[in-house]
Design a protein around this ligand. Sequence first.
Ligand code: GLU
Length: 426
Amino acid sequence: MNRSGLSRFSRFRGRRARFEHDRSDRAAQDERLRVLCRTAKQAGIGTTRALAERLSREGVDLDIPRLAGLKAALDGEARPLKPDVFEAAGAEIPADALRLMERALDGQLAIAGFGGFSGRIANLFDYARENRAGTVASYIPELARQDPDRFGLAVCSLDGQRLALGNAEQAFCLQSVVKPLNYALALALNGENQVHRHVGREPSGRRFNELALDPDNRPHNPMINSGAIMCTAMIRPSRSVTDRQELVQRFVASAAGGAACGFDEAVYRSERQTAARNLSLVKLMDEHDAFPEGADTDAALDLYFRTCSLTLDCQGLSVAAAMLANGGVCPLTGHRVIDPRIGRNTLSLMLTCGMYDYSGEYAFSVGLPAKSGVSGGLMIVIPGIAGIALFSPRLDRQGNCVRGIEFSRRLIEDYPFHIFAGVATD
Ligand code: GLU
C-alpha cells in the first residue's frame, strides 16, 4: 500500500471508543444537518435514496440497530435530501448517525475506500481457500465430523461496515475462541484483583492443556484450558450451571450485537466423554489450592465445556471482535458491553497468549490481538478499526486454522494494521 493509503488508516489508531454519550444540542445538530445536505449535494447526492446508496457502497449496514432512525429517514421513495426529510420521517437522528454520514461523505469511515478493501479481502479469502493443508481436530470426536472445506469470513468495522464471504452465516462452536469473552465476563463480575489472584497473565510457553501451573500455583493465563476453567469458576458461582451458561450466552450475544448464540449439545456431550485431560487440570489446580475458597470445581468444569460448545457464525463473531476493537462498545447496537479497562486487559492477553504456541510468532509477524479455537474459529481485532472472524476447520500442528494464519499474514502485507506499523513509517 502506498504512503497516502497508510496514513489514511494510521489516523484511526488509538481512537477512543465512538458514539458514547452523544448529547450535542439540538440547534447545533440542525445546523450540521443543513451542512451535511449541502455537502452531499455538492458531491452529487441529491436524494435520500442516493445517500442510502452511497452509505451502502461504503459498506455501512443500515439495518443495524444503531442506525434504525437513519434507515427510517432514508427508506422509501427517493426524496430531495433536505434537513426536514429527517424530521418528516419522524426519525430521531442521533449525533452518532450524523457523524457517520459526515465521515462517509468525507471518505473518513473506519475503513476508507470500502469497495477496494472488500475486493482485496475477497482476493485474500480466495488465496487462503486454495490452501488445503491441515487437518480437522479429532480429540473431541464430534469435532472430527466437521466438513474440512467449510470456509467463512466476516468483517465488521467500528462504523458498522460489514462484509461476509463464503460460509460466514453458518454457525460453528466457539471452543477456545470463547475464552477471551469468559475472561472479560469474569473481570466484570469479580474485578481485576480477584480474578488475577487466581489466574496469571503470562504466556505459558507450553501446550494449551499442559499440566502446569505458574510459580504462584495459578494457571498461567486465561487463554489456556486451566486458566479458562478458573475463569468459569468465577462466573456467578452461587447459581446453577444452566443459569450460568445462560448468562454467558447472553453476554456473548450482546458482544455480538444480538446475533444468535446457540449451544451445540452434541459437542458438549462429546467433550464431557473425553474429559480426562481437563479433569486432570482441575485436580492439579485443586491440589494446589488454586481455586477461590469454596469453589465447586465440577460445576466450573461443566460450565467450561458448555461455554466451549456455544455457537456463533462469523458475522456475529466479527461483531464481538469489533466490540473489543471499539473499547467495549458494540458497533451494531451502540451499547457498552464491557468497561474500556476490561477490553484493554482482554486484548493484551489475546496478543500475548491467544494463538496457542504460535502466539509470539503471531504477535511478531501479524501484530494483532487474536484468539483461535480447535473447531477452526479465529477472531482478529484491529484496534480502533474493525473486527474480523474466520472459520476453517483445517488446523496446523499448533491448533490454529491454517487458512486463518495465511489470511492474517497476507492482510498485514497489504494493510498497515500491525499495532506497531505506525513506528515503522517515516
Ligand atoms: N474445549 C476444548 C478443550 O478443552 C478447547 C480447546 C481449544 O479450543 O483450544 O480441549
